[in-house]
Design a protein around this ligand. Structure first.
Ligand SMILES: [Zn+2]
Ligand SMILES: [Zn+2]
Length: 348
């Protein structure tokens, strides 16, 4: 089979012919139908400092946002069956640590990530644990199934905390990459009164409009804190979802928050962040949540509901498709910034 692999530390990747892996006990072999490119895949391809510090074993097939059909099952697998159409939960959890044993497997103490710690899905076939294969509702098209994983990040962000604060709230999304764009649609579907998007990239701000944002803020032209206050009678937003990971933007997130508001942090800052904790967090009784992955498997249930019923239409975000052999064009499209989600289709 073909597999897009990192063969050494450094920029680049190589499409190689390798044997089809065989599923071990508790594992399933998936024939890949659609695999979308994540921002982290671009970091692995470019070999940024995060990738260099994180990946040490070569060769490594990368790629993790995948949907496909179960082609074979290993010993001791009773579900899913051969032929089932599934999407992969990419957090490979141990099942026996304190977090796994208390219903928090997505923050497993021994967490491994598909396509980062083990061979991933930019390939014709990928092996995953059977428990990580989520059977896809037949109403969800193949391409949308491949983005259920990042869509789930958006769902988990919107509903973080107890999520009951979304209803009739003003929700701000800071940073409109694909997860931010999905979050706009999820917030709208979950009953937000007003959804506000802030994003410096014009192409993505336009996608934000298509995903249902009522107010669009270009932070290179307008002060986002003032713009959010203007849109909320001076009060600020009840919920801010931070998807950029930019230190200054996180600070702005606390400043545009209403008293008692919630700030959920998904974007990953590369450096320590400076905040005015006294006035912008403590005296406001702001609630701040870290968000990673998806709750297993509550988030997948919510994701299924939102996508299968059409409550959120992700079509505007799925901007590019390429067959696997044209993977380089896919990575270029993502790097250009004039794209939403880029999807590779190994079967053409
Ligand atoms: Zn990802
Ligand atoms: Zn665990």
């Amino acid at each position: 089979m073909r597999a897009l692999r990192k063969v050494e530390a450094g920029p680049g990747a190589r499409l190689e012919d390798v044997p089809i892996p065989s599923p071990g006990p508790g594992e399933v072999l998936i024939q890949v139908e659609a695999v979308s490119i994540c921002g982290s895949d671009l970091h692995i391809y470019d070999w940024n400092p995060w990738a260099a510090g994180r990946i040490h074993e070569f060769p490594l097939t990368f790629g993790h946002e995948v949907a496909g059909r179960v082609a074979a099952v290993g010993p001791e697998v009773h579900h899913p069956e051969i032929g089932a159409f599934v999407a992969a939960e990419t957090h490979l959890f141990c099942g026996h640590c304190r977090m796994c044993r208390t219903g928090r497997a997505h923050i497993c103490e021994n967490l491994r990530i598909l396509g980062v710690d083990v061979d991933g899905a930019f390939a014709d076939y990928v092996v995953i644990p059977a428990v990580n294969a989520w059977q896809v509702d037949p109403r969800i098209p193949t391409e949308s199934a491949s983005i259920m994983e990042p869509f789930g990040n958006a769902v988990h962000s919107v509903f973080s905390g107890d999520g009951s604060d979304i209803e009739l709230a003003t929700v701000v999304v800071l940073g409109c990459g694909p997860i931010g764009l999905f979050a706009l649609g999820v917030a709208r579907a979950a009953g937000a009164r007003q959804v506000i998007a802030a994003e410096p990239n014009e192409f993505r701000l336009d996608l934000a409009k298509k995903m249902g944002a009522d107010v669009l803020i270009d932070p290179t032209k307008d002060d986002p804190v003032a713009a959010v206050r203007a849109a909320t009678d001076g009060r600020g937003a009840e919920v801010v979802l931070e998807m950029s990971g930019v230190s200054k933007v996180i600070d702005q997130g606390t400043r545009m928050l209403d008293h008692g508001g919630r700030l959920s942090l998904l974007g990953l800052p590369v450096e320590p962040v400076t905040l005015d904790l006294t006035d912008q967090v403590i005296f406001k009784e702001a609630r701040i949540f870290g968000v990673t992955g998806r709750e297993l498997f509550r988030t997948w249930e919510q994701t299924t509901t939102l996508l299968a019923t059409g409550l959120v239409d992700v079509a505007p975000v799925l901007t590019h498709r390429f067959p696997l052999e044209r993977w380089e064009e896919g990575f270029e499209a993502l790097a250009s910034g004039r794209s939403g989600k880029v999807i590779l289709l190994p079967r053409g």
